[in-house]
Design a binder for this molecule. Structure first.
Ligand code: COD
Length: 302
């Protein structure tokens, strides 16, 4: 059972070739710090795409040695995103990372019909948290890509995340589908979707996990709270994955965990032809480094 994000390092094959990671819009101090650290540990071989004068200037100020990295000049952040995505499309990289470019701009490039990284699957965001007062790592999805997923999209988001957890060695992750309450309320759409997902799991339409919902956040993560409300659930209090009703709930929870609870996080976009590190500007160096680590665990040699 994974309890610390640093354990992800043990999942990287000691004989692996460092993954070629393309940083789009490399003129970003905190991304550069994480990239240099990951390169030192031979997790990745970075390729920097962006404003190279600014990138070199930042590296100088922070005393980061980037001299051995491959570098490609881009005219502006959108150009950097497009160039980086095209390089991945042409199999010149194994992992993509967002630097100083907006998330939506980066994702629009990734979804580009001609040169993007679509696979026919829904792309979704997977965030893995280390929270001090929870007994294991806990995942959140989708807090950063799909804005207001319908039921079909929630099934795809759930399957994407379960696939990640299965590959991390959790054979049957426990999935809590969140609502504001744990009883189905016909006026609350999230509770209806949750009940349907739960039933689909019981009927083997969603596999390799145990799904329960609706569960409110407290009983999803606290057995005591579940017992207090007399909820009978295999998932309550022992959740591996929290499925969000929408991006607003997800993003607020993500940031609450980071800013109020001092949680550590690693996150990636899955479902594309390569894992994508899409941390936000407010994420710490730790979050960026651990996200690179998570992406490297899932990157295939191409
Ligand atoms: N997976 C696969 N294909 C997708 C997905 C997805 N998740 N989303 C859209 N597509 C495809 C559609 O089928 C369509 O073919 C094309 O992409 C465009 O679809 P639109 O018009 O619905 O999407 P866009 O381009 O308007 O927006 C896509 C974004 C990912 C940019 C948008 O959903 C978005 O802005 N998401 C939130 C990103 C964000 O701000 N995150 C930061 C939070 S910290």
């Amino acid at each position: 059972m994974l309890t610390k994000l640093s354990q992800l390092l043990e999942l990287i094959d000691k004989n692996h070739k460092p993954k070629r990671m393309i940083l789009a819009a490399s003129e970003d101090a905190s991304s550069l710090t994480a990239v240099v650290e990951a390169a030192k540990k031979e997790i990745i071989r970075p390729i920097l795409v962006g404003d190279l004068e600014k990138t070199r200037g930042m590296a100088d100020i922070m005393k980061l040695d980037i001299n051995d990295f491959e570098m490609i000049q881009a005219d502006n952040p959108a150009d950097a995103a497009a160039k980086a995505v095209k390089m991945i499309h042409d199999k010149e990289g194994d992992v993509l990372m967002k630097g100083k470019v907006g998330s939506s701009d980066m994702l629009r490039s990734v979804l580009n019909k001609e040169y993007g990284l679509r696979t026919g699957k829904l792309l979704s965001h997977f965030a893995y948290f280390e929270v001090e007062n929870y007994h294991k790592l806990i995942a959140l999805t989708d807090v950063a890509m799909n804005i207001a997923p319908n039921l079909t999209e929630k099934i795809a988001i759930l399957n994407n995340a379960v696939n990640v957890l299965n590959n991390l060695g959790i054979e049957k992750p426990k999935v809590a589908v969140l609502g504001a309450v744990e009883k189905v309320n016909t006026e609350m759409g999230a509770t209806l979707d949750a009940a349907l997902l739960s039933k689909m799991n019981q009927r083997d339409q969603i596999l390799n996990c145990i799904v329960d919902g609706p569960l409110a956040f407290d009983n999803a993560i606290s057995l005591e709270s579940a017992r207090h409300k007399e909820i009978k659930s295999e998932v309550a209090g022992d959740t591996d994955l929290l499925l969000m009703p929408d991006i607003e709930v997800g993003n607020v929870l993500y940031k609450s965990l980071v800013f109020f609870a001092n949680a550590k996080v690693a996150s990636i976009i899955v479902g594309a032809s390569v894992p994508i590190v899409l941390t936000s500007r407010s994420d710490s160096d730790q979050a960026k480094f651990d996200s690179i680590l998570l992406a490297a665990v899932f990157a295939a040699d191409r």
